[in-house]
Ligand binder design. Sequence first.
Ligand SMILES: C[S@@+](CC[C@H](N)C(=O)[O-])C[C@H]1O[C@@H](n2cnc3c(N)ncnc32)[C@H](O)[C@@H]1O
Length: 567
Amino acid sequence: MVLMNPVISKLTGKLVVLASASPRRLEILTNVKHLKTPDIVIGADTVVTVDGLILEKPVDKQDAYRMLSRLSGKEHSVFTGVAIILCHEKEEIDYQVIDFYEETKVKFADLSDDLLWEYINSGEPMDKAGGYGIQALGGMLVEYVHGDFLNVVGFPLNQFCKKLGLIFSPPGSLTHNSTQNSPQGSPVDTVPPCSENGEAEPQGISDPAALDLTSRGTIQMQNVREHETEDGKEKLSKMIELMDGFKASKVLFTASKLRVFDVLRSSKTGELQAEDVAQEIKASIMGTERLLEACVSLGLLQRTGKEYTNTAMSRHFLLSDGPLSLQGYIQHCNELVWPLFTHLETAVREGTNQHEKAFGKTSNLFQDAYYSRHEVKLRFMKAMHSIAKVSGRDVATAFDLSKYKTACDLGGCTGAMAYEFAKAHPGLSVTMFDLPEVIEMRGHFRPHDADDRVSFVAGDFFKDELPKADVYILARILHDWSDEKVHILLSKIAKACNPGCCVLVSEIFLDEDRKGPSRGLLQALSMTEGRQRSASEYSLLLKSHGFTAAQVKHTHNLLDAILCVTE
Ligand SMILES: C[S@@+](CC[C@H](N)C(=O)[O-])C[C@H]1O[C@@H](n2cnc3c(N)ncnc32)[C@H](O)[C@@H]1O
């Protein structure tokens, strides 16, 4: 098949060298053009990343198995980096490099060992990044692809064509530029247009081969600009996102607090005009309109004509009675975390924590701050509840617990996580253990289909005897405490444990190099005596109390999990 794409046809008459041994890339490129004269070198390489690891080509069958089983049941990213080198030869060779990359997300189904070995024995994985070829047998492993399919095959043709379009921008598209005569006598663009700060703006070149190569300065400047275009634009949009991040959060908090999403859902047709929303939320029309417009820009609402509706994301997470509602956590962020973060600078300067700055010194955060007033306690519990509802199922199903009969969810708060464990494991009875101030509120959070395998015990896990169980669950508990306190708690659990019992810790796991995820590192800024840890730090703490054989699960939800067993 020969496709004379208007952009690809710019390559006609030029010798294109594909700097790659990949037969798939050769096929993608030769399918779209005929090659003649030398001018351009195209290089590309593809890697697969999962769980922070880069997977290249497997070296043998075991390596292919290791890669494919790591990908099983998970979403991963496929990156192809492409370099286009334009060579101009006159008195001496000059060249221009344009590079870019494309990311495509691919999710594998849960794959049985039998299927994996059958696939590996077909020989297909051996010369392919990540150990599979989506365009052939490997396609059967894939549940979904988000993004450019050909990028997964090995060449992001769509992005490549866009780049060619930029390089060979059609004549007449550079109308702002001053021109000068080329050696051939036709006007060519040499001076890029100026931006507000007087710097030349990056641009494509009309025909690199036709440029006056004696004016090397101009060519080199354009080369630099080309790099700045891609890189600079990405950096700028990241900067803008960071600078405006707090405004976006506050829009979400305010629209949630004013119940905008509930109001839209409750209207007969699910859509309302700004005036109607303003009336319902008892706010000004102008202010409401601005808020709704900002929500549209953030993907929280949609607007058709004058009618606003919730987006799928808002229906999923922002309706106050939705099963995965994050409203409790959003209100906690608005009322507690937002004021906390206004003290960040002082807290950093003085080495104190933000809680202390905002609310004064407390000897126990829970009893002295969160549980001192009924409405604050309820708000805190609603926040915990919403996170546990959203992450609970993934945590509860992270490991095979089928051989265990009893579990104890220490610091289980509203019981949301305990109910998820009971739902996921039909043979498991779960005791929810928390402070008396929390247990007395359990009626507020009892699910309508409450399972009687979940029971509640009041106590202090640092002082009181712990209920006996086969599995101890510590969901978002250890990050609140210093290593010293964690050792006290783990030694109590170890004492209560029989051989073969296990501890399941669920937290945000920091990357081992502590460079991410930013959600964990941002949360660390508002911690009191606790700290965020990596999976191996949790594993070491557990190991020192006899809990070994750690299995780690990155759930891709709000919380990860580690399971350790006593010998
Ligand atoms: C951050 S919340 C986590 C709640 C729950 N595990 C979850 O993941 O949704 C910490 C919980 O530990 C409980 N807690 C704090 N100190 C405790 C103590 N000394 N004894 C028992 N529970 C305690 C708090 O009441 C709170 O419910």
